[in-house]
Design a protein around this ligand. Sequence first.
Ligand code: HEM
Length: 517
Amino acid sequence: MAAITVEFQLCIIFILLWVFSLKCLSAFFFKKPKDCGLPPSPQSLPIIGHLHLLLSVPCHRSFQKLSSKYDPLLHLRTFNIPIVLVSSGSMAYELLRTNDLNFATRDHEAPVMEKSILFGSFGFVSAPYGDYWRFMKKILVTNLLGGHSIERTRLIRGEELKTFGAMLFDKAEKNQTVDVGKEMMKLTNNSICRMIMGRKCSEENGEAKKIRDLVTKSLSLARKFLIASTVGRLLKKVGISLFEKEIMEVSQRYDELLEKIIKEHEENPNKKEDKDMIDVLLEVCADENADYKITRNQIKGLFVELLLGGSDTSAQTTQWIMAELINHPEILKKLRDEIESVVGKTRMIQETDLSNLPYLQAVVKEGLRLHPHSPILTRNATEGRKIGGFNIPQNTTIIINTYAVMRDPNSWEDPDEFQPERFIVSPSKGKEDEKEHLSLNYLPFGGGRRGCPGSNLGYIFVGVAIGIMVQCFDWRINGEKVNMEETGDLTLSMAHPLEGTPVARIDPLASFESAEP
Ligand code: HEM
């Protein structure tokens, strides 16, 4: 009996000691923020706080559930890192528009892989708002993404689109299935590579596939990078770097490929009128008097981000929209009727037709509303601010759940339904009302000065690809309906990628002959 009592006492002492050390540890590492007018906070787990929510897949859904249960503005934490979760259009507007400058940097404390080209310190997307970001944005808009540059590269995209169309006709003839997302990745990757560096990545020597594989691998690393930027921040304090080896290995492969492309440009620079983005960036790099001194690694970092930002976004969006159209044959028919009445049946749709096809534009917008490629946006509070009547302290990480904003039943009628008609402006509603509603509640390309600079190009990629697939083909799938289950970490993808067999409706040769842009 005495032995049991001693053991019992030891056990109690051990538990007390354990609880005490945990308390000391958490007090030492994770100081609890003082609650001074902060937004409400749902119950959290000891020490890790709300980390489990951040790591759940897909996290935009758990965040959506959380905000509809509690509040559209919530205060969360992972360990001692404060996070504010925003889930309503009006609060997102206060952040991204009214206080744009204060929230124009993404997560400024996220650890970067110092020497990596991928997720590294050379990036434009992760760069804090400041001189470097402004300088690069200007180059980007002037030489690639602005209206003038988009017009200048129209022929390149026209050629790539023909290759895409020819592939679909070939598949139709052979009665083979098409993985829509994969084929779209080829189209966007090839187009962006040619727009940036003026030449095609060859399919023959495997260069194009190498780039696509790298893009896919980089996207799968994005989730690990998210973990690295939350848990990793604390581990880094004690000298542990998460996933460094994996990220550096991909970075090395990008480096080899890009070094080769840059050397080709240095040895054979394009003439003034044919300059591409790489020529322009190399000139700036060599110019002692440039407003900002950029490095070779920054050129490589930007190239990687443009590939990632431009190709998967458009590929996933196209896949979701095509799936919605297959599941809604009446909408597909209405869209086809519009294309046939404007473009006809004897030539293939091209990007100059898009402005004359309001229903196609509405279909694309509605697809982006329901299936935003990046359902979660992040920002950092450079200074403390009041949002929605609550205090947001300096350095708080902000998460904007655009998925929840664009499916908010208080702002959208039947928010989960695919109804492109909601984007056709009715005379009774008026253009101004519609504009205001959209600026508050429609965020597929984010917003404010860090909003997507490639939105016009994105609309083009998606619009013409959907146009061709609807105008020229019927689609057979396995089963009655496409499975719309979601997956993805920071991005939103189809859990079951769309595969369908195209059945040609119009004469491919006739359409190619008269499809010259
Ligand atoms: C359907 C296609 C696209 C979608 C849905 C999309 C979506 C987005 C979103 C949500 C953001 C974050 C915005 C924010 O934080 O407020 C973003 C940023 C960005 N996107 Fe896109 N994007 C698309 C196409 C493109 C294309 C074609 C390019 C260029 C080739 C591009 C380049 C970028 C860049 C460089 C940024 C970072 C901007 C900055 O940090 O200042 N995107 N995009």
